[in-house]
Design a binder for this molecule. Structure first.
Ligand code: CO
Length: 221
């Protein structure tokens, strides 16, 4: 037992187990490579920035089969990139300018609770403001979405369109535009993860043409 916090009771067995799991994980990582953590602690050079949903069922490293150090991660409800969100834009700036990531991925997932909530006409307090980002996507694509009768299919299409629009928000940033002009990276990708079978789908957004299209308005020299 590694944690003797008196506030913990027997109902907290999962909490206690986390520290046991961690010990096992450390042992596992160092079994074949005793310097694993020493090497990792020196620097990070991830090739990917992953912007995904906070949903506990979509763990970035695991679904991509990547080790610690290989992917820089930002997660929030329904993987959105709002214009005035200092958090996500700080992450993008650091990933592009300091880490030099080659790829930026916006990854949504079918069955996303945030996207489902945005389709309801309910007052959800503080969440209203956050979900408005997704409702804005709905407004832009209202015609296509309203033509889909089945609510699950409509939600899942909004998941895809939300990923596309958030990719555009990433491409609008000066960091991405300037780095791409100079280095031909990062490339922005839109993915959707399927909770029901674990499969990742690349939406194959046309990054060069989206970039060219938005630069008429969003280019900052
Ligand atoms: Co979600």
């Amino acid at each position: 037992m590694t944690n003797s916090n008196p506030a913990l009771t027997s109902v907290d067995s999962l909490y206690q187990k986390v520290f046991e799991n961690n010990k096992k994980w450390v042992a596992n990582k160092t079994a074949n490579d005793p310097d694993f953590f020493e090497k990792l602690s020196r620097d990070q050079r991830p090739e990917f920035l992953y912007i995904g949903c906070s949903d506990s069922r979509v763990p970035a490293n695991e679904i991509m089969g990547l080790e610690p150090g290989e992917v820089f991660v930002h997660r929030n409800i329904a993987n959105v990139v709002p214009t005035v969100d200092v958090n996500v834009h700080s992450v993008i700036q650091y990933a592009v300018n300091a880490l030099g990531v080659k790829h930026i991925i916006v990854c949504g997932h079918y069955g996303c609770g945030g996207v489902k909530a945005a389709l309801l006409q309910e007052d959800m307090g503080k969440l209203n403001m956050w979900l408005r980002n997704i409702r804005d996507v709905y407004r832009i694509h209202r015609k296509e979405l309203n033509a889909i009768e089945d609510m699950e299919a409509r939600t899942n299409r909004l998941v895809e369109l939300n990923v596309q629009e958030q990719c555009i928000n990433v491409i609008k940033t000066s960091f991405v535009q300037k780095s791409f002009a100079k280095n031909q990276y990062p490339i922005v990708h839109g993915w959707v993860y399927d909770l029901k079978n674990g499969v990742l789908k690349d939406l194959e957004i046309d990054f060069p043409s989206i970039l060219a299209n938005i630069q008429e308005i969003y280019k900052i020299a």
